[in-house]
Ligand binder design. Structure first.
Ligand code: BG6
Length: 288
């Protein structure tokens, strides 16, 4: 099976964005060096599975769409854990960083690309002071493995520092109202209603604005979008997030079209327990 990896400039309307394009048989993927963000995954040509906002921009802000990396915290920085939390960006520091190539390899059955970034400006945390006394730069790696069958994304940090992480995948969707997500589990924290919900009935469906943290997700989730299906296997996670901004929030987000919420759903694999431990968070996408 022919595999190929090439450096390209520009993807979609982001014409100056430095990217890599991977090909494995009929499957292809594009990843941006800005944020180490996967922007496109097509298991076969013209079958795009990820959503990228037509209003996304970069340089100084996170690209809206694809698979952003949240690290070393998820959501707003927690003032109980992080010094100067109010001044820190939502979802951490990795999304707005220019990453570098670590390694690339074309194997018989897959294309492998690894990007990395060194962070010497992590805000102080009590836990970090214990784990990294000399405050040396911390390396974060994003490994991508594309085969004809799957796209595997691995986010890795070998330092035992305080770190939360999420692979914040935006999946293209025909009709969010009809979408079913299997395997998320019965219990979630609902950020919209600020309550904890226990629901036996599965699968999960979207009801307007949806922002939920599932605390007991299965290793394999299944996104059923009409006739299109995607299996999402995860490892190293302790939570999964289901997010769709709904109509009002879509209008309020400067980089999402007013009707943009009708085109995607975010299903995110996350490690949210704030513990000082190495990280290996994996999302494997298996389309059908
Ligand atoms: O606008 P951002 O920082 O990319 O975040 C988008 C959303 O990301 C989700 O993961 C959060 O659960 C939401 O609360 C948040 O609104």
């Amino acid at each position: 099976m022919p595999c190929r990896i090439e450096a390209i400039t520009g993807f979609a309307h982001l014409s100056t964005l430095p990217c890599y394009r991977l090909q494995a048989g009929a499957a292809s993927a594009v990843i941006s060096l800005y944020g180490a963000q996967v922007l496109s995954y097509q298991p076969v040509p013209a079958d795009e599975r990820l959503w990228l906002s037509p209003m996304a921009s970069w340089q100084g802000k996170a690209i809206r769409g694809g698979i952003p990396i949240c690290w070393p915290w998820f959501g707003p920085a927690d003032p109980a854990q992080i010094t100067d939390a109010a001044a820190q960006p939502s979802h951490g520091l990795a999304r707005t960083r220019l990453w570098q190539l670590h390694s690339q390899e074309c194997r018989d059955d897959s294309a492998l690309l690894c990007l990395h970034s060194h962070f010497s400006d992590l805000p102080q945390t009590d836990l970090q002071q214990i784990a990294v006394p000399h405050r040396k730069p911390v390396e974060l790696q994003l490994q991508l493995r594309l085969s004809a069958e799957a796209l595997e994304i691995t986010l890795r940090c070998d330092e035992a520092i305080y770190q939360q992480a999420a692979l914040h995948s935006y999946f293209r969707c025909q009709d969010p109202a009809q979408l079913k997500v299997h395997g998320l589990g019965p219990r979630y924290d609902d950020k919209v209603t600020a309550s904890t919900v226990q629901k036996a009935g599965q699968p999960a469906v979207l009801l307007g604005e949806t922002d939920r943290i599932y605390r007991q997700p299965a290793t394999t989730l299944r996104l059923q979008d009409g006739a299109t299906e995607l299996k999402l296997q995860q490892q190293g996670h302790d939570s999964a997030i289901l997010w769709n901004p709904g109509a009002d929030k879509s209008q309020a987000l400067a980089d999402v079209p007013n009707e943009g919420y009708l085109d995607f759903v975010c299903v995110e694999s996350a490690r949210l327990t704030p513990k000082p431990a190495p990280l290996q968070l994996v999302q494997r996408l298996l389309p059908r």
